[in-house]
Design a protein around this ligand. Structure first.
Ligand SMILES: Nc1nc2c(c(=O)[nH]1)N[C@H]1C(S)=C(S)[C@@H](COP(=O)(O)OP(=O)(O)OC[C@H]3O[C@@H](n4cnc5c(=O)[nH]c(N)nc54)[C@H](O)[C@@H]3O)O[C@H]1N2
Ligand SMILES: Nc1nc2c(c(=O)[nH]1)N[C@H]1C(S)=C(S)[C@@H](COP(=O)(O)OP(=O)(O)OC[C@H]3O[C@@H](n4cnc5c(=O)[nH]c(N)nc54)[C@H](O)[C@@H]3O)O[C@H]1N2
Ligand code: SF4
Ligand SMILES: [Mo]
Length: 745
C-alpha cells in the first residue's frame, strides 16, 4: 500500500515542495506539489530522483569507528565515546584552536545544519573555522557587511517583477539559482521575456541561460569587476545616476564617483575583451529600464576580485535607484528572522579581527579560508599549534577545495577526525568516527537560510515523510550529542542543548524593549512552546518571536509552529517589500558606498589593467543532474551530458592538436589531470571548462556507482595560493592552465 507525504526538496537552493510516494518506508516516487505556495508544482530531474538519492544503498546505516586502523561498524554509544575521548584529548593538550571545524554545503539544506553548528562553535571556542562559504559566496558576505553593516543582508533580484535582469557569472538553468531562492528560475526568466523585459547574461560560456538572453557578453574570466566598474563610470559620466528614494540613506556618492574615474570603458575593454561601446550600452540599458536588477553569482565571486565585483553589483543597483524597490533588488524578510529593530547607527562590520596562523589570512565573518585548511594542519609555526583534531559536518573538501592531494595527506595525519556524513567518501574515509545522518525522507525540513534569500516571502515546514528506521539517529540529535561530547558534557541528555538555546534566547528577548515578549517571564514562554522535538520547539520559538510571529499571544493571528502545521503546503507572506533603512547596521546607519577596505583594494584592480592576459584559463560548470561532489553515486543522475570532460573551443582545439573525445592533459599550479576533451563553441576561445566535484577514484571509499566513472578532480589544478584577499575566497575561475594532447586516458 502506498501513501503520499510532503517534503521540501533539499537538493538545491530552489526549495521546491515535493509530493513523495512512499511504500512502507521506501520513497518510490516524487512529483512537484502543485499546492505548494512557493514552488507551485515545479520539479527538476534531481527532485524527481529524490527516491533514488534517498534510498542509495551506499548510504551508511550505522556509525563507523576506527579500530586497528580500520573503520568498522559500531554502536552510537561507542561512536560518541570515541568522539569525546578524541576531541577532549586535543583540547586539553593543545588548546581550543587545535580543533578545527569544517562545515560543508548541505548544512544549509538541513535543519540540523542551521540549528546546531553555531552552538558547537560557541562551545568549542575555536578560531579554526572553515566552511564552504570561502569556496563560494564569501565575497558577497564581505561586500554586504561593508555596504550595509550586515554580512547576511544580501539583496535578491525581484525576478517576478523586474523589467531588466543582468546576470553575471550565474547559470540558473543548470544551478536552479543561488543566493536567490526561486523555484522554477527558468520559468521566471521566460516570464520576464514574455512580459517584454530584457535578459542580459555575462558569462565566458554560452550557457543554456545565455542562450535565453537578449544579449550575451562572453567576458574574459576574472574581468567582471573591471567591466562593472566601467559601467559605474558610464553612469556618472553620462549623468545617468539616479538614486531616487535611496538618496537619504546613502553616504559616499561623490567619493565613489572619484574612485571609479580610471575605469573608463576604453581602459578596461582590452582586459575584459568586451568592446567599450558595448559596455556603454550595458550601462545605458540598465539606467533606462523602468526597473532593473543586477545579480552576480559563482563566476563573479570565485575570482581574484570577487569582493570588488560583488560590491559593484550592488553599487550598480544603487546608482540606478534599483536597490530596495519592487522590480529591483530587495532584502527578503524571513519568518525566522529576528524581530526587526528600529533603524539607526549600529556596530558595523569588522574584517580581519584575527588571522590564520600560517599565511596570516584575515578572518572574514569568523571564518578562515578553506584554501588554508591543509597548511593549518600540516605546517608548524612558532605562533601556535597546528590543527590536530577536525570536526567535519557535511563537507567533502578533498574534492571541493583547492589541492585535494595535500589536504588528503594532511587529514591522514590528524590525531582525531569525526565526519557527520551519510557516505564514506574522499574526505570521510580519513575519519576516526563517521556519524551517518538518516536520509532526507526521515528528516524534518525548514529552510532557515534560503528563506532569507527567497524572491518571495513565504514559510513552509515539513515533518519527516518516513519515521526513523530502527538504529537511526536524527541528525539534530547527532549534532546535539556531538556538541556535548566535544565540550566536556558527554553523556548528558541531548535535549540539554535545545533547552540551553531556548533559555538564552528567551532570556534575552524578555529584556529587549523591541521584543514582543518584553517584560514577560521566560518560564511561562518556555511552557507555551509547541513541538514534538527540541528542534521543533526552537522553530516555534523563532517563528513566534519573528517579524510575522504571534509574539506568544500578542498578535493572535501571527505565525507559530501550530499554525504552520495547519498549512502543510506553506504560508505565503507576500512579495518582497522595500525595507530600508531598517536592515542597515553600519556605524553611520547609512549605506556606506565606498568602505575603506574596498577603497584600499581598488589599486589592485587598477593594477590588473596592466597585465595583458595570455594563455588559456580554466572555468567551471554545473550540470542540472549533479550537485557538487556528492550526487555522482546515483545512476539516474549520471551519464549523458553529465560528464567530467574538458570543454574547449574548436580554434583552441585545432591549435593544440586536440580531438573531440581524445585525451588531454591539463596542468595547473597544483598538479595535473588527464581527461577527455569535448570540442564545443559553447566556451569562448582562450577558455576551457571542467566541472568540479569529480575524482571518485581514491581507495577506501564506498561509492560503488561513482567509482565506475570517477572523473578527475579539477581542484587538483589549484595549489590553494590564489585568493580574493578581502574575503579569503578561493579563486576557482579564470585559473591559468596548460594543455597537451595525450595518446590515451
Ligand atoms: N573548482 C570548483 N570547486 C568548487 C566549486 C566550483 O564551482 N568550482 N563550487 C564550490 C561551492 S559553491 C561549494 S558550496 C562547495 C561544496 O563543497 P562541500 O561543502 O564540500 O559540499 P559537497 O561537495 O556537496 O559535499 C557535501 C558532503 O555532505 C554530505 N552530505 C550530503 N547530504 C548530507 C546531509 O543531509 N547531512 C550531512 N551531514 N551530510 C550530508 C555528502 O556526502 C558530502 O560528503 O564546492 C566548492 N568547490
Ligand atoms: N545542478 C546543480 N545545481 C547546483 C549546484 C550543482 O553543483 N549542480 N551547486 C549549488 C551551489 S553550492 C551553488 S553555490 C550554486 C551556484 O550557482 P551558479 O552561480 O548559477 O553556478 P554555475 O552554474 O556554476 O554558474 C556560474 C557561471 O559562471 C561562469 N563564469 C566562470 N568564470 C566567470 C567569470 O570570470 N565571469 C563571469 N561573468 N562568469 C564566469 C561559468 O561559465 C558558469 O556558467 O549552484 C547550486 N546549484
Ligand atoms: S530545482 Fe532544486 S529544489 Fe527544486 S526539485 Fe530540483 S533539486 Fe529540488
Ligand atoms: Mo555553493
Amino acid at each position: 500500500m502506498s501513501r503520499t507525504a510532503l517534503r521540501i526538496c533539499p537538493l538545491c537552493e530552489a526549495t521546491c515542495g515535493l509530493t513523495l510516494t512512499v511504500e512502507g518506508t521506501r520513497v518510490t516516487g516524487a512529483r512537484g506539489d502543485r499546492d505548494d505556495v512557493f514552488s507551485k508544482g515545479f520539479i527538476c530531474p534531481k527532485g524527481a530522483s529524490f527516491g533514488a538519492v534517498d534510498g542509495d544503498p551506499d548510504r551508511l546505516r550505522t556509525p563507523l569507528v576506527r579500530r586497528d586502523g580500520e573503520l568498522r561498524e559500531a554502536t552510537w554509544e561507542e561512536a560518541f565515546d570515541a568522539v569525546a575521548a578524541g576531541i577532549r584529548a586535543v583540547v586539553d593538550g593543545h588548546g581550543a584552536n587545535s580543533v578545527g571545524v569544517v562545515l560543508g554545503n548541505p548544512n544549509v539544506h538541513t535543519m540540523a545544519g542551521a540549528l546546531y553548528p553555531p552552538v558547537l562553535l560557541a562551545g568549542l571556542g575555536t578560531r579554526s573555522v572553515f566552511t564552504a562559504s570561502t569556496v563560494d559566496q564569501m565575497p558577497k558576505h564581505v561586500s554586504s557587511g561593508l555596504l550595509f553593516g550586515d554580512a547576511n543582508a544580501i539583496p535578491v533580484p525581484d525576478l517576478d517583477r523586474t523589467d531588466h535582469l543582468l546576470l553575471i557569472g550565474a547559470n540558473p538553468l543548470e544551478s536552479n539559482g543561488s543566493l536567490c531562492t526561486a523555484p522554477d528560475f527558468p520559468g521566471k526568466l521566460k516570464a520576464l521575456k514574455a512580459r517584454g523585459g530584457t535578459l542580459t547574461v555575462i558569462d565566458p560560456r554560452r550557457t543554456r541561460t545565455a542562450r535565453l538572453a537578449d544579449r550575451h557578453i562572453a567576458v574574459r574570466p576574472g574581468a567582471d569587476a573591471l567591466l562593472l566598474a566601467a559601467m559605474a563610470y558610464v553612469l556618472f559620466e553620462e549623468g545617468l545616476v539616479d538614486t531616487g528614494e535611496l538618496t537619504p540613506y546613502l553616504e559616499g556618492v561623490a567619493e565613489l564617483r572619484e574612485a571609479v574615474r580610471d575605469f573608463t570603458p576604453e581602459a578596461v575593454a582590452g582586459t575584459c575583451d568586451v568592446e567599450a561601446s558595448e559596455i556603454r550600452t550595458l550601462a545605458r540599458e540598465l539606467a533606462a529600464a523602468p526597473t532593473a536588477a543586477v545579480y552576480g553569482r559563482i563566476g563573479s565571486c570565485t575570482v581574484p576580485h570577487g569582493t570588488l565585483a560583488s560590491w559593484l553589483v550592488d553599487v550598480l543597483n544603487i546608482l540606478t535607484g534599483n536597490l530596495d524597490r519592487p522590480g529591483g533588488a530587495l532584502f527578503p524578510q524571513a519568518a525566522t528572522d529576528r524581530t526587526p529593530r528600529p533603524a539607526g547607527p549600529s556596530h558595523g562590520f569588522a574584517l580581519g579581527r584575527w588571522h590564520s596562523r600560517v599565511s596570516r589570512h584575515p578572518e572574514a565573518k569568523g571564518e578562515l579560508p578553506l584554501s588554508a585548511l591543509a597548511e593549518e594542519i600540516d605546517t608548524a609555526t612558532e605562533e601556535g599549534e597546528p590543527i590536530r583534531a577536525l570536526v567535519v559536518v557535511a563537507a567533502n573538501p578533498v574534492l571541493s577545495a583547492p589541492d585535494g592531494n595535500r589536504l588528503d595527506k594532511a587529514l591522514g595525519s590528524l590525531d582525531f577526525m569525526v565526519s557527520v556524513d551519510p557516505y564514506l567518501n574522499e574526505t570521510s574515509r580519513h575519519a576516526h568516527v563517521v556519524l551517518p545522518p538518516p536520509p532526507p525522507s526521515q528528516s524534518p525540513h525548514h529552510d532557515f537560510a534560503f528563506n532569507t534569500l527567497a524572491v518571495r516571502n513565504q514559510v513552509r515546514y515539513t515533518r519527516p515523510a518516513v519515521p526513523l528506521e530502527p538504529g537511526r539517529m536524527a541528525e539534530t540529535e547527532i549534532l546535539a550529542r556531538l556538541i556535548l561530547a566535544a565540550t566536556g558534557m558527554h553523556g548528558a541528555d541531548p535535549s540539554a542543548v535545545d533547552d540551553l538555546v531556548i533559555g538564552q534566547t528567551l532570556g534575552k528577548a524578555v529584556k529587549d524593549a523591541h521584543s514582543p515578549v518584553h517584560g514577560r517571564e521566560p518560564s511561562e514562554l518556555t511552557a507555551a512552546l509547541a513541538g514534538d522535538t527540541g528542534p521543533e520547539r526552537r522553530l516555534d520559538m523563532m517563528l513566534r518571536l519573528g517579524p510575522y510571529g504571534d509574539g506568544f499571544g500578542v498578535r493572535p493571528d501571527g505565525l507559530s509552529l501550530t499554525k504552520l502545521l495547519a498549512h502543510p503546503h506553506g504560508i505565503d507572506l507576500g512579495p518582497l517589500k522595500s525595507r530600508l533603512p531598517q536592515p542597515l547596521k553600519t556605524r553611520s546607519g547609512k549605506v556606506e558606498l565606498l568602505p575603506r577596505p574596498i577603497a584600499d583594494d581598488l589599486p589592485r584592480l587598477r593594477e590588473s589593467l596592466r597585465h595583458k592576459p595570455d594563455g588559456l584559463v580554466l572555468v567551471g560548470r554545473r550540470h542540472l543532474r549533479s550537485n557538487n561532489s556528492w550526487m555522482h553515486n546515483v545512476p539516474a543522475l549520471t551519464g549523458g551530458t553529465n560528464r567530467c570532460t574538458l570543454h574547449i573551443h574548436p580554434e583552441d582545439a585545432e591549435r593544440l592538436g586536440l580531438k573531440d573525445g581524445g585525451a588531454v592533459r591539463i596542468k595547473g599550479a597544483g598538479g595535473e589531470v588527464v581527461t577527455e576533451a569535448e570540442v564545443t563553441d559553447g566556451v569562448r576561445p582562450g577558455v576551457v571548462s571542467l566541472p568540479h566535484g569529480w575524482g571518485h577514484d581514491r581507495p577506501g571509499t564506498r561509492l560503488g556507482h561513482a567509482a565506475k566513472d570517477p572523473g578527475v578532480n579539477v581542484n587538483q589544478l589549484l595549489d590553494g595560493s590564489l585568493l580574493d584577499p578581502l574575503s579569503g575566497n578561493a579563486v576557482l575561475n579564470g585559473v591559468p592552465v596548460k594543455l597537451a594532447a595525450v595518446a590515451t586516458l
